[in-house]
Write a protein that binds this ligand. Structure first.
Ligand code: MG
Length: 381
């Protein structure tokens, strides 16, 4: 069974107090919409239709470039229902699954169960039993308790036969019937919807508070500092860029002082000591080593502990040569080593006004700060 997925993404982020669509909020190296989309990169999904406003189309198009599944765009509507209706016209698989763009923590188990239930029973609505006690308001201002075992909280995905859902939406449009989800429209015009197993982790990001809770926990910052002597007869290499100069940096490895500071910043953030411990200069295998290759190893170490790099800010202190022109290449090298986009890397350069060993062109120093997030279990399932 092939399924088309509709993601209504027309929100403006008003309740999240962002001033932009909350689906473009950065959850630590990945936006809400990218995370939601990635959950549906499955063999049984034929295509994904995103309905969004004209203003967000450019950003969404950029974020979905290179997606492993066909992505189409529909015009976002004034209401959620209008957005789904617009997207339905692009769907031609037997079944369609509608999922809130703002539910990025949906698990494969929840999707599996929704798809299987739809196949067996004709439709599926992911639900979870209500956990809070429920009360019903009375006219006189008092309230009475309600048996919560009869009630569910409704989530997405919600899966229906494509043609039947389209038919229901056409009827709803004719009658001006508006609903907060697709199951309401389906049951009014077609049939009651079957329940599939949702999950309490499948939260919908709605308010600013939800966004704060959705950011990965375990935020870390590390710092690194390094100095190497400038001597004749050596290459000057900074972040893997070979810079023409009459002197170069002296060291056991290629003496890439910037790469060394960056490695120590990452190791410091994740609590793994420093490069002197990891790559001792008494070990001949590190003689003349390409420090950018060592940086790859450090990044892999941080990633194996579940960290993703958020940003890097580095400063090079050098009297000479002028380094400004080489910064874009350094940023590019560091971005690819750290696996982040170049806009998360900043390399600044400064002289020391001819003061001290750096000012006398006897040395070059570099400092670096790196911040990382730790991925949580809810991100990985
Ligand atoms: Mg060093």
């Amino acid at each position: 069974m092939k399924i088309d997925v509709i993601l209504p993404c027309g929100g403006s982020g008003t309740r999240a107090k962002l001033g932009y669509n909350k689906l473009l909020f950065d959850l630590g190296g990945i936006t809400v919409i990218e995370k939601t989309l990635s959950r549906f990169y499955r063999d049984d999904v034929d295509k994904i239709v995103i309905s969004c406003s004209d203003g967000d189309l450019g950003a969404f198009t950029k974020l979905t470039q290179g997606a492993p599944i066909k992505i189409l765009f529909a015009k976002g509507g004034r209401t959620r229902g209008e957005s789904v209706f617009n997207a339905l016209s692009l769907c031609d698989s037997d079944f369609v699954a509608v999922h809130d763009g703002a539910r990025p923590f949906v698990t494969q188990k929840i999707i599996d169960d929704a798809f299987a239930t739809a196949q067996q029973k004709g439709s599926a609505v992911a639900c979870v039993p209500v956990t809070d006690s429920l009360r019903r308001k009375c006219d006189d201002g008092t309230s009475v308790s309600v048996d919560r075992s009869e009630y569910y909280n409704v989530q997405t995905p919600q899966v229906f036969p494509t043609q039947k859902l389209l038919q229901a939406y056409e009827l709803a449009k004719k009658e001006g019937f508006e609903a907060s989800d697709d199951a309401q429209i389906y049951e009014k015009y077609i049939a009651p919807a079957a329940i599939s197993q949702g999950g309490y982790e499948n939260v919908k990001i709605t308010t600013a508070n939800d966004l704060a809770l959705a950011i990965p926990s375990g935020y870390r910052v590390g710092t690194g500092w390094d100095t190497h002597r400038l001597v004749e007869g050596r290459k000057l290499i900074l972040a893997g860029v070979d810079i023409p100069h009459d002197k170069g940096l002296l060291g056991h490895s290629d003496a890439d002082v910037l790469a060394h500071a960056v490695m120590d910043a990452i190791l410091g953030a994740v609590g793994k000591r420093d490069i002197g411990v990891l790559f001792p200069d008494t070990d001949d295998s590190f003689k003349d080593a390409d420090s950018m290759k060592l940086l790859d190893k450090v990044v892999a170490l941080a990633k194996s502990d579940g960290y993703v790099i958020n940003n890097l800010s580095a400063v090079i202190l050098a009297q000479k040569p002028k380094l400004m022109g080489y910064i874009p290449a350094m940023v590019q090298n560091l971005a690819s080593a750290l696996g982040v986009s170049p806009d998360r890397i900043n390399v600044a350069v400064t002289t020391t006004e001819k003061i001290g060993d750096i000012g006398r062109e006897e040395a070059i120093s570099a400092s670096a700060y790196c911040s990382l997030f730790k991925r949580t279990d809810k991100d990985n399932n």
